[in-house]
Design a protein around this ligand. Structure first.
Ligand SMILES: [Zn+2]
Length: 294
């Protein structure tokens, strides 16, 4: 009962925070404030009434068009709201499976656990943000990726300490855990820098941006190096599939002009790979190791 209620609450909160993220994604690239003015249509500046601003429901009721000027709002709005809602619900469902209400309330009183919980809510929110920013603007801002790496490092150290406590081992001293996590962060970034360097040697121009290196570091900080590498593999496969679609289907190329797909935003595919890896990475890697005979 608590698990179901908590999951529904997390889904509703996720929809609301996804809706706020949509405002940020429209205004950040223009350098506008995300608080002021109130939500409005970006075509006719009509200020939205409360009922035009309900996540998902309003978009469906208005069939994706502005109530005032009928301009197409775009698929991004419901997709982002749905993505954050589903990812938060999924996390709450997993988290509440192992928690009694007493333990949950106790956890919320512990600053360490609170940081951990809030961190794991921010992670999918930031990945969704970066995926859209790179798709629409080929832009992975440092002020999202760099704090994301730091928060990931803190949450991973907290998780490792917690796991040691649960397995009745004494928690490890902070330094080696942090060093191991830092090693993963640098190795993931170095992989991208190496590919970037080789590409430059062969083609004499920039193939992969530095933002992608920071994004890989972010994935390694949150997921660990093996799952970050899985995210990279998935991202490259998805990117290659998108490239094939663009080559084979001419109309897809025309439609993708608003989305910068014709330039293939690697960051978007890395973020999708990262979300898949955070949800099922453990199972995928275990299945792969079994298949490879380890
Ligand atoms: Zn309008």
């Amino acid at each position: 009962m608590i698990r179901m209620g908590g999951t529904i609450l997390a889904a509703l909160l996720g929809l609301a925070f996804g809706s706020f993220l949509n405002v940020c994604l429209s205004r950040w690239p223009e350098g506008e404030s995300v608080v002021h003015p109130r939500s409005h249509c970006r075509h006719c500046s009509h200020t939205l009434a409360w009922w035009e601003n309900v996540p998902l429901v309003s978009w469906l009721a208005l069939r994706g068009r502005c109530h005032s000027c009928r301009a197409w709002i775009g698929w991004r709005y419901p997709l982002v709201e749905l993505a954050v809602g589903v990812l938060w619900a999924q996390q709450a469902w997993g988290y509440l499976s192992e928690q009694s209400l007493d333990l949950l309330i106790f956890n919320l009183h512990s600053p360490e656990r609170l940081v951990f919980l809030i961190g794991w809510a921010i992670f999918p929110w930031v990945l969704t943000a970066l995926a859209v920013l790179d798709a629409e603007n080929l832009w992975l801002p440092d002020w999202l990726t760099l704090p994301g790496i730091a928060l990931g490092l803190v949450c991973t150290i907290l998780r490792n300490r917690r796991q040691m406590e649960l397995s009745a081992l004494s928690p490890p001293p902070l330094a080696p855990g942090a060093l191991y996590c830092l090693y993963g962060i640098f190795a993931a970034a170095a992989l991208i820098l190496l590919i970037r360097w080789v590409y430059w040697l062969i083609r004499h121009r920039e193939g992969i941006g530095l933002g992608d290196a920071k994004l890989m570091a972010l994935l390694a900080a949150w997921l660990g190096l093996p799952q970050a590498l899985l995210a990279f593999g998935l991202g490259v496969v998805l990117g290659a599939l998108a490239a094939v679609v663009l080559l084979v289907v001419p109309s897809a190329r025309r439609e993708s002009e608003t989305w910068a797909l014709s330039k293939l935003p690697l960051g978007t595919f890395l973020c999708i790979g990262g979300i898949v890896s955070s949800l099922w990475g453990g199972h995928i890697l275990a299945a792969y190791l079994r298949w490879a005979g380890f």
